[in-house]
Design a protein. Sequence first.
Length: 261
Amino acid sequence: MKKVDVVAIIQARGGSKGVPKKNIRLLGGFPLIAYSIAACRLADEIGRTIVSTDSEDIAEISRQFGAEIPFLRPDEYARDNSMDIEVFKHAVQWFKHNEKFIPEYMVQIRPTTPLRDPELINEAVRKIKSTPESTGLVSVHEIQESPCKMFGIEDDFLIGLCPNDPRPEYYNLPRQAFPSVYFGNGYVDIVKSQTLIKYNSCYGRRMLGFIAQDTGEVDREEDFEKLEFNLSRNRYAIYEYLCKNYKKMKEGRTLPRKRAR
């Protein structure tokens, strides 16, 4: 197997309570996970595209769209409360024991953020490679309101979230009175294997911020409607790639094959 320094890890477990089987739910005629696989295959900086899943169905569909499935993720790392670090530790151990090497960078690609530009994935990889002091990279987008303008509730009374701000009633100040704030959006995150091994952390203390557009995330049924609308109004290289190369699989015409027993 080719040893490369950048490997995409698409984590896609079979269980989903908000939207059942959302990772293989059709979007624009293709399974949701196909978009993330396509984005990785179109990104020149990605050497290999691996799907980490506990589901045979997801594994088979992912193979059909060009991803590697070198292992099935153990059930203990595919629960509702499983954390990213468990998924990446499992991947590192698998590489170490089965391929006798560990990739330097593992690009975290979430199927629930499907409408990506492959070139932004390339930019993120190049950014972390050119910043050796970084311990990881997290994609973010700017949000309009600072958390300092928000409230908590304690015994029915509102309390400000930034009690150390010396300005009277700081939460009533205009948003321009606060620094810009950013929210992680799952567009493209990058784990450095050495950060994971040395510090038991996915991204470490020196996280690079990578600004990427908020393109929508799938958590609820209505999110699919928004994404379908976006597909109908905008051009996406990944969708054109899927239509050109996987026309026969559109609308679920190719189903997971039954495995021999």
